[in-house]
Write a protein that binds this ligand. Structure first.
Ligand SMILES: O=C(CO)[C@@H](O)[C@H](O)COP(=O)(O)O
Ligand SMILES: [Fe+2]
Length: 220
């Protein structure tokens, strides 16, 4: 499993988004995390397919699309067409998660399955061998800049153990409140894909990204 940084553009400056993506790419961030909020599954509304399609042309980074959307099955094909490489849906948002997983795979993208902080990890048991990534939310979804919920560390370890028991090396992504100061413990708990919005885009983007990469590459 590779350790990967996924900067969340929710905290980026949209008038110079292309330049900011380049800075993260040059400093080693392999993914771009794209938070879609529908105003129903979460209180906020963010951005959708046209913005994704425009980002697709601006970077070669993997587009990691986090759908905080009720019944995301309705939009899977459109997001893949707009450039999504990974489509992550919420367990809590899908009436038929199996059909949603199948639709993402049929559209040609990788599947991510996410759970909110209060959802028990074992709801994922029936799906362990069906996703390329699991996303443990370490804040309540809906906004950037929130504080990391410490209990998330145990949840990450629990999921990593469940995957290990099945001989699976699936990616575990963690999202919310990740900064230089706590990323090492998130890594040690068993996650390997780190989302960070404020930790990357607030301040010097290139330095912030480079410092994350040093920690993720084990050089600190
Ligand atoms: O999905 C979400 C929030 O719902 C995230 O991707 C945030 O955008 C992460 O932001 P920071 O906590 O790193 O500022
Ligand atoms: Fe996210």
């Amino acid at each position: 499993m590779k350790n990967i940084l996924a900067p969340s553009i929710l905290s980026a400056d949209f008038k110079i988004l292309g330049e900011q993506l380049k800075l993260t790419e040059e400093a080693g961030a392999e993914y771009i995390h794209f938070d879609v909020m529908d105003g129903m599954f979460v209180p906020s509304i963010s951005f959708g397919m046209p913005v994704l399609a425009s980002i697709k042309g601006a970077t070669t980074q993997t587009l990691d699309v986090h759908l905080m959307v009720t019944e995301p099955i309705r939009y899977v094909e459109e997001f893949v067409k707009a450039g999504a490489d990974i489509v992550t849906v919420h367990y809590e948002a899908c009436e038929d998660l199996q059909a949603t997983i199948d639709k993402i795979h049929a559209a040609g993208a990788k599947v991510g399955i996410s759970i909110k902080p209060k959802t028990p990890v074992d709801v994922l048991l029936p799906y362990l061998d069906q996703a390329e990534m699991f996303l443990i939310m370490s804040v309540e979804p809906g906004f950037g800049g929130q504080a990391f919920i410490p209990e998330s560390l145990e949840r990450i370890s629990e999921l990593r153990n469940l995957l290990n028991e099945k001989g699976l090396t699936t990616d575990i992504e963690v999202d919310g409140g990740i900064y230089h100061k706590n990323v090492a413990e998130v890594l040690a708990a068993g996650a390997n894909v780190m989302v960070s919005g404020s930790g990357v885009f607030k301040g010097d983007i290139k330095d912030n990204t480079a410092k994350f990469m040093e920690i993720l590459n084990g050089n600190v």
